[in-house]
Design a protein around this ligand. Structure first.
Ligand code: AMP
Ligand code: ZN
Length: 466
């Protein structure tokens, strides 16, 4: 069956045709590891996981690369401001290397809790300094660079169709140049390939280069690492929609200027998670919510967030609220109950539902429609065993661990709990409904004293005898 994806490059849904039959090269921009990932960031990684699983479901062999930005991402988009990692290191009184290692681990833990398939290649900017320097040398030899007092810059006026992805009117942009502070830049859209360490101060992360001691510009790492791991041209590149105008536009410019070849065939971008009436969730704002704080610590199943993300098409904005998360958890819970009630061995997947499901996901990852197919199948008069086969098949893409969550539910029900523990469990359930987290936590302690551990994990609530 054909797969259609919305390509930001051409602003339309296109039939996906890979460069090499049956194989896909995919690059997904990774996190800047100076803080925890927030739910907005995680929405983007979830959308990319829906893509990954859809490609695998369609039989493609995938090579997926994700970078870890551990240096060079400045607080201002115009190559000005502080390095986010070094600034956080100063704030926390730890080394920049400690900070990036710590937040990389935390990010990878979040992905696990959300059942996000890990990439085949993880690559860090700081481990690819030579590749980045080599890329600048190539660009310099081809005449695309110039040097200012604070770094080596890419001259965007030398690159034709610089706006091919952003579709922005560059003249209009130039109009806005009055706000630009970097007087030495030749064009507003020029960007740093290499920044010099500030005179008179030593950065924690800095390297020598043919142009002086410093560090790579943020956009460069993705070009250098995708070139290394996926080649000069590859199939799909993804990120959040905020990357279209600057980060991905600059990746295209420097990659294509260096190789003379088309960089990427399909560009996919996920819409934002917003909060409080359309405001983007951002690390720099105080609306920053993590998976740990907003789900795990509150005893909510982290996969409820995955379920919530499945309910909204990836190109539509998603609005966060605690209530919507709780509704998603209830809906997921009811789905798990329906699966737990299927009392048979898996049989044959029904062909009509299978085709409907694949048609949905192959229509630019229409996950809300794919969920609707699942619910319709569960309500149908198919046998339990055929329904079970459908659940197993669809969950390869949905990634909700439906079978194991249903099984752990059965465990709890079958456990012969003492009356006293059942009462405590009910009280805790009520406390959670009332959002009384303090009481919920203290009831968990009471349950422990009664000899049972209560775990809230990705498989739901598990009660086990100590
Ligand atoms: P960063 O760690 O800031 O480099 O961002 C990591 C990823 O999260 C990028 O692909 C961003 O485009 C994406 N992102 C940032 N904020 C949001 C948001 N509120 N909703 C969805 N994706 C976001
Ligand atoms: Zn990138």
């Amino acid at each position: 069956m054909d797969l259609y994806l919305y390509n930001s490059l051409n602003l339309k849904k296109e039939k996906f045709i890979p460069l090499k039959k049956g194989a896909v090269g995919l690059y997904t921009c990774g996190p800047t590891v100076y803080n925890f990932a927030h739910l907005g960031n995680l929405r983007t990684y979830l959308f990319e996981d829906f893509l990954v699983r859809t490609l695998v479901y369609n039989g493609y062999k995938l090579k997926r690369v994700m970078n870890i930005t551990d240096v060079g991402h400045l607080s201002g988009d115009m190559d000005m401001g502080e390095d986010k990692v070094e600034a956080e290191a100063t704030r926390e009184g730890r080394s920049a290397w400690d900070i990036t290692a710590y937040y990389t681990d935390a990010f990878q833990e979040d992905l696990k809790l959300l059942n996000v398939t890990p990439p085949d290649v993880w690559c860090r900017a700081t481990e690819h300094i030579n590749e980045q320097i080599d890329l600048i040398k190539t660009l310099e030899n081809k005449g695309y660079t110039y040097i200012t007092s604070d770094g080596v810059y890419f001259d965007t006026s030398k690159f034709s169709d610089y706006n091919r992805l952003s579709h922005l009117d560059l003249d209009e942009l130039q109009e806005g140049a009055r706000v630009e502070k970097n007087e030495e830049k030749k064009n507003l859209t020029d960007f740093a390939l290499w920044k010099f360490s500030p005179i008179g101060s030593k950065r924690q992360m800095e390297w020598s280069s043919p142009w002086g001691i410093g560090f790579p510009g943020w956009h460069l790492e993705c070009s250098a690492m995708s070139l290394k791991y996926l080649g000069e041209t590859f199939d799909i590149h993804c990120g959040g929609i905020d990357h279209v105008n600057i980060h991905h536009t600059n990746e295209i410019a420097q990659s294509e200027a260096a190789t003379g070849k088309k960089f990427v065939n399909y560009w996919l971008h996920g819409a934002f998670l917003n909060i409080a009436g359309g405001k983007k969730m951002a690390k720099s704002e105080d609306n920053f919510l993590t998976l740990d704080k907003s789900l795990v610590k509150k005893g909510l199943n982290p996969l409820a967030y995955r379920f919530a993300a499945l309910q909204v098409h990836y190109r539509k904005p998603m609005e966060y609220s605690e209530d919507s998360l709780r509704q998603a958890e209830n809906a997921l819970e009811s789905l798990i109950n329906q699966v737990a009630a299927l009392k048979d061995e898996p049989g044959q997947i029904d062909e009509v539902y299978q085709v409907d499901f694949q048609t949905a996901i192959n229509d630019d990852l229409n996950m809300p429609q794919a969920l609707a197919v699942l619910f319709k199948m569960l309500k149908s008069d198919l046998s339990d065993s055929d329904k079970l086969a459908g659940v197993i098949n669809f969950d390869q893409v949905l990634g909700l661990s439906l079978l194991s969550q249903a099984a752990s539910k059965a465990d709890i029900e079958e456990t012969d709990l003492p009356e006293e523990v059942k009462i405590l469990l009910n009280k805790r359930e009520q406390a959670r409904v009332d959002k009384n987290w303090e009481l919920a936590d203290s009831l968990r302690d009471d349950i422990k004293r009664a000899g049972y551990n209560l775990e809230d994990n990705s498989d739901g609530q598990l009660i086990k005898k100590i």
